[in-house]
Design a protein around this ligand. Structure first.
Ligand code: SF4
Ligand code: SF4
Length: 732
């Protein structure tokens, strides 16, 4: 070992020792913070599916590749990080001797070839990512980007480190070539040979370059260890467990949504017949009341801003950005952690758990952080502003886009639950809706005995469950379908089409109440459980004696469709639920319904969030329209998984939209820009929001918003007025 190698070896060992010590400390700290969360035993189920999903999503980059170029570039950088870590390891042999290499594989030509290719792809990948970050920097002329609010220096730092590590890897090889100590042939490592051709014949060059490469890598490790909230770097490790422990691991990639998680206390679902607010946790009032998976979510955020770029609230000037929400919760959790780890925290009656002695030596900043209300205005020092919390439509675009499977919607609803159930703090307009649900069983407060009014004037009898036993489908009409004028036309159209196709169906009539979706999304789990239990009981009775495959329900409202199909199972109700567009597509495909007159004038389709993103029903409504209209469907730029919300989900239907541009107006502008004369929808709330948007633009005469079923009815029975014999709106 020469004198240069003695120095390079000592320096490499010293910086590595410091970096490893700091990294171990950082990991222990991170684990301690995540363990502060509540139990989540369900996250350990189905380990095979979890492992498979994790491998598919990471190795296949299934989320990232939806973003084309950036996904491919990130994949090369990820593979580069994993494989080229071996070359960092090899650098430790090279600081000791400039001709050193990894034992065994370090002499294989195949290893030389693979690392050469990955180095080049990694270089291209990182340069592309750097260019994309620069092009989208928030300070660029032209306004906000997905990186607005991200900690930009951290992104630049990580990218430069990757670039420099790759460059110094090539320099090490180049010096070996220049000194004639390189084992790999020219054909396998042409770039290394080209670099070597321009480097001097410096015998210590490889050792010095290896030291610099190690120093760069360890600087990265030191910086991220001193910044445990640096998700842009830590996600390289945390993304794996975060995806492994995701909700619904067995569902296809991209469908992390569907059922909302039940309200839990100490990891157990709460039943309101036994729950006690003095003993059980109702929603989330403090950051440590999120589950450990929630705290892992916050730690894993890469600050990429994909969620933000798709969020309807953010895109219409509301203060909510799912990314910024996650970052606020992350920063708060880590800043409050010293207080919690010292034994601090409030019990369920609001009393401090720690003794004065336990808190005596705490940092004043941690104590100040502990005093912050989780939900509160800037004046109150709140972590999350109420306007942020209540702007969410639960559309799921954020969850759909997040490459590391962060579950924003569950966290938002958990915080809403505490606000509604314990603080009674929510937008006052929604109070009427909640009272109506409790007292009348529907959000409009319509009399229960008018639930069947939509059947009046139909030229066939609509049977009720109990009057007939041999029905194949129970037609779940829904509150909008029963009481709201526009939605009633859809209900009539569906009933007419089912009757035309000879499908045996029956309705519950006055036995039906609200599915509970708006109560659950606003955070009132108590009212949800009350309504849901009643409905489950009614439905179980209606299907008494039938196996699950024959407990078929068809629903026109995607919110009911989602709640009945995905959430009633949490309360003992197992049913086969289809959306009416799925059933209609089947009836057309099997020849039971025959479109005879194509509807023309240009048609576009708006994907309802709870049908599309939450339940992956994208094809059926398009198939129905494809059969019923003249020409091709005109898609809006934001369609299918990337559809833009109408603004009504998450109980926003019953709240005023006071901040920014109206979401429905934004969507209507996009629909009208296609030039289509018909905007087809598959949801009564979308129908209301988009109709209001069209009318607000004064385009009610030129553009019509109608349900897919009504489009089909026009094509199947062109002689019949839409929705039945009555053309005038039906009063609610
Ligand atoms: S669910 Fe939709 S509205 Fe809510 S934060 Fe996510 S993207 Fe925004
Ligand atoms: S929450 Fe997910 S999508 Fe949003 S910034 Fe973080 S990592 Fe990106």
């Amino acid at each position: 070992m020469g004198s240069v190698q003695i120095v390079t070896t000592i320096l490499a060992a010293a910086i590595t020792a410091v970096a490893v010590w700091l990294a171990v400390r950082a990991v222990l700290k991170m684990v301690a913070v995540i363990r502060l969360g509540q139990p989540a035993p369900e996250r350990f189920s189905d380990k095979v599916a979890r492992a498979r999903t994790m491998l598919v999503e990471t190795a296949g980059h299934t989320r990232m590749l939806k973003w084309g170029v950036v996904g491919a570039a990130h994949w090369f950088v990820m593979v580069g990080f994993v494989v080229l870590s071996l070359l960092v390891l090899e650098a430790y042999f090279e600081v000791v001797t400039p001709t050193g290499g990894l034992p065994i594989i370090g002499h294989w030509t195949i290893f030389g070839l693979a690392t050469e290719i990955i180095t080049m792809l990694g270089l291209v990948g990182i340069l592309v990512l750097m260019a994309i970050r620069l092009r989208n920097r928030p300070t660029r002329p032209g306004g906000r980007s997905r990186f607005t609010g991200s900690t930009m220096w951290q992104g630049y730092f990580v990218e430069w480190i990757v670039l420099l590590v790759l460059i110094f890897g090539l320099l090490i090889r180049g010096f070996k070539v220049a000194t004639d100590h390189f084992e790999y042939p020219l054909w396998a490592t042409p770039v290394s040979h080209a670099v070597g051709a321009v480097l001097p014949d410096w015998s210590d060059g490889a050792s010095v370059a290896a030291l610099i490469k190690i120093a760069i890598s360890m600087t990265w490790l030191i910086v991220i260890s001193l910044n445990v909230t640096m998700g842009v770097a830590w996600h390289r490790f945390l993304a794996f467990p975060n995806i492994f422990f995701k909700r619904e691991p067995a569902k296809p990639a991209g469908s992390g949504l569907g059922a909302l998680r039940p309200m839990t206390s100490q990891g157990k679902p709460l039943d309101f017949e036994e729950a006690d607010p003095e003993k059980d946790q109702f929603g989330v009032a403090h950051v440590e009341q999120f589950s450990w998976k929630g705290l892992l979510d916050f730690s894993t955020c890469t600050e990429c801003g994909r969620c933000q770029s798709q969020c309807p609230a953010w895109n219409t000037g509301k203060p909510l950005s799912p990314k910024l929400l996650v970052l606020s919760l992350r920063d708060h959790a880590y800043a409050k952690a010293p207080y919690l780890l010292a034994g601090g925290g409030k019990d369920l009656t609001g009393e401090e758990k720690a003794t004065q002695a336990q808190l005596a030596h705490l940092d004043v900043l941690a104590l100040a952080e502990a005093d912050k209300p989780l939900i509160g205005t800037a004046e109150e020092g709140g972590v999350i502003d109420p306007d942020v919390l209540w702007s969410c439509t639960t559309c799921g675009a954020c969850v759909e886009q997040c490459p590391v499977d962060i579950e924003h919607v569950d966290h938002i609803v958990d915080m809403r639950r505490y606000q509604v159930l314990i603080e009674s703090s929510f937008p006052s307009e929604a109070g009427v809706m909640l009272r109506n649900l409790e007292n009348k069983g529907n959000p409009w407060g319509a009399p229960q005995n008018t639930r069947e009014d939509w059947t009046k004037g139909l030229d066939f009898e609509v049977p009720r469950v109990g009057e007939v036993d041999d029905f194949e489908y129970l037609f779940w009409v829904g509150c909008a379908g029963a009481f709201e004028d526009r939605a009633k036309k859809t209900t009539r159209a569906v009933a007419t089409l089912l009757n035309e196709a000879g499908v045996k169906f029956a309705i519950l009539g006055e036995g039906e109440t609200c599915s509970g979706d708006p109560a659950r999304r606003i955070g009132n789990e108590f009212v949800f459980q009350m309504l849901a239990q009643q409905n489950v009981e009614t439905l179980n009775e209606a299907f008494d004696g039938r196996e699950k495959a024959k407990r078929k329900i068809v629903a026109t409202c995607p919110h009911c469709f989602n709640t009945l199909g995905n959430e009633y199972g949490q309360l003992g109700g197992e049913f086969e639920v289809v959306h009416h567009t799925q059933l209609l597509a089947h009836l057309v495909a099997t020849g039971k319904l025959t479109p005879v007159q194509p509807v023309d004038g240009g048609v576009t389709y708006h994907d309802p969030c709870y049908l599309g993103r939450h339940n992956r029903v994208f094809a059926a409504p398009r198939e129905v329209l494809g059969d019923a209209i003249a020409g091709d469907l005109t898609e809006m730029p934001r369609n299918s998984e990337r559809s833009f919300c109408c603004g009504a989900g998450g109980a926003r239907m019953w709240m005023e939209e006071k901040i920014g541009k109206r979401i429905n107006v934004d969507r209507v502008e996009e629909a009208m820009a296609t030039g289509a004369k018909t905007v087809a929808v598959g949801c009564p709330f979308c129908s209301t929001m988009l109709s209001d948007g069209v009318n607000g633009k004064g385009a009610g005469e030129q553009v019509e918003v109608i349900d897919v079923a009504s489009v089909l009815l026009r094509s199947v029975k062109p002689e019949q007025p839409q929705g039945g014999k009555e053309t005038a709106p039906i009063g609610g």
